[in-house]
Design a protein around this ligand. Structure first.
Ligand SMILES: [Zn+2]
Length: 371
């Protein structure tokens, strides 16, 4: 079968490989599932791996099959799989257990291991292939009615985890009725965060660099009841004068200096969620350290980082996708801006990823096989 792979740590090494078709018996305890890949999303992570910034090949291989955002159809199940049957639609989770105590209880998204196992990213082949086999434990069933937009489940799982962590942390307050949220960054993660916060009843304020006029992402934030402002016209500190301080801020711009603005835009008892993986070496001058520190202390404010997601967050994401379709029919489909047919056309996918702004791409994905 065909797959799209890179030579890890080598710039622009994306290429097609020919591999053996996997089989249910690859998973030894009878819990194996053979899945036909229907769609695979591509994102900044794939771009950065192809840039040679990170990515690790599985043991015994000198290449890594890319792809972590996935949707597939069950072809065959092992004798101990009762919860799935051929024809079911599934999305697989990404990280697999390592050795820390968190990994042993199914919370590998909280691993303290230095080396971790993520399909399509680190030490395990990904889903940019015609088939994959996996333990049923890591497959989440997709209702047929939302299959068309289910490629968004993996990116949404990251937000589900962040919001779950925020609500777990805020249990310290006994009562917390957050009303307003700011979402910094309105790429695919920011849009899904805006949607998820809107579904939870927040007044949502989205911020991006682009001007509002003619910007699809801005239109989408507004379509779920939010506001959109370009930070070129309204800075985060100025937005507080307009909208008030935020009970929750979700940061997903990829631009770390904005975090210090966000820290100062938080309401009392508010929570700031950081989700950008910023691999650069930026520093910031003139941070009002005393002021920020005092605000955090006197206002019981919280800031935390979040990464990855576990099964529970994927399952929560399925519910939000279904609810979003019920409330804002067609909204998620509008995020799927760039479909590329066939794994052979991987060069096209990376052309779009490398110039997402120019292509006005929100979500780019392969259609590997028809739904
Ligand atoms: Zn991704």
């Amino acid at each position: 079968m065909k797959a799209v792979a890179v030579k890890p740590k080598t710039q622009n090494s994306v290429h097609l490989v020919e591999m053996d078709k996997p089989s249910v018996s690859d998973i030894k305890d009878g819990r194996g599932v053979l899945v036909e890949v229907l769609r695979v999303g591509a994102c900044g992570t794939d771009r950065e791996i192809n840039n040679g910034e990170y990515g690790v090949a599985p043991p015994g291989f000198d290449f890594l099959v890319l792809g972590h955002e996935n949707l597939g159809r069950v072809v065959e199940v092992g004798e101990n799989v009762k919860e799935l049957r051929p024809g079911d639609y599934v999305v697989a989770t990404v990280r697999r257990p390592g050795t820390s105590i968190y990994d042993t209880i199914g919370e590998q998204d909280f691993t303290t291991d230095d080396e971790y196992f993520e399909r399509g990213i680190s030490r395990l082949h990904g889903y940019m292939a015609e088939f994959y086999s996996e333990s049923s434990d890591f497959l989440v069933k997709i209702p047929p009615k939302i299959v068309e937009i289910a490629i968004l489940l993996e990116p949404l799982s990251i937000i589900e985890k962040g919001l779950k962590q925020a609500s777990d942390i805020q249990e310290r307050l006994k009562i917390w009725h957050p009303k307003t949220a700011a979402v910094l960054g309105t790429g695919s993660v920011g849009l899904l965060a805006s949607m998820a916060l809107s579904l939870r009843g927040y007044e949502v304020h989205g911020f991006g660099r682009d001007k509002r006029e003619g910007y699809l992402n801005a239109e989408l934030v507004e379509a779920v009841g939010g506001t959109y402002d370009s930070t070129a016209e309204l800075t985060i500190p100025d937005s507080v004068k307009k909208y008030g301080e935020y009970d929750l801020i979700f940061e997903c711009t990829g631009y770390s200096p904005i975090v210090f603005d966000a820290m100062q835009a938080l309401n009392q008892n508010g929570v700031l969620i950081l989700s950008s993986v910023t691999g650069g070496s930026r520093t910031v001058d003139a941070v009002p350290a005393d002021k920020i520190n005092q605000q955090f202390v006197l206002g019981n404010r919280v800031m935390f980082g979040t990464v990855n997601a576990n099964r529970e967050h994927f399952e929560g994401g399925v519910k939000d996708l279904a609810l979003c379709e019920a409330m804002y029919a067609g909204w998620l489909g509008r995020m799927l801006t760039h479909k590329v047919e066939g794994l052979d056309n991987y060069a096209r996918v990376f052309e779009i990823l490398n110039n997402a702004g120019g292509f006005k791409a929100i979500k780019t994905y392969f259609e590997v096989s028809k739904i």
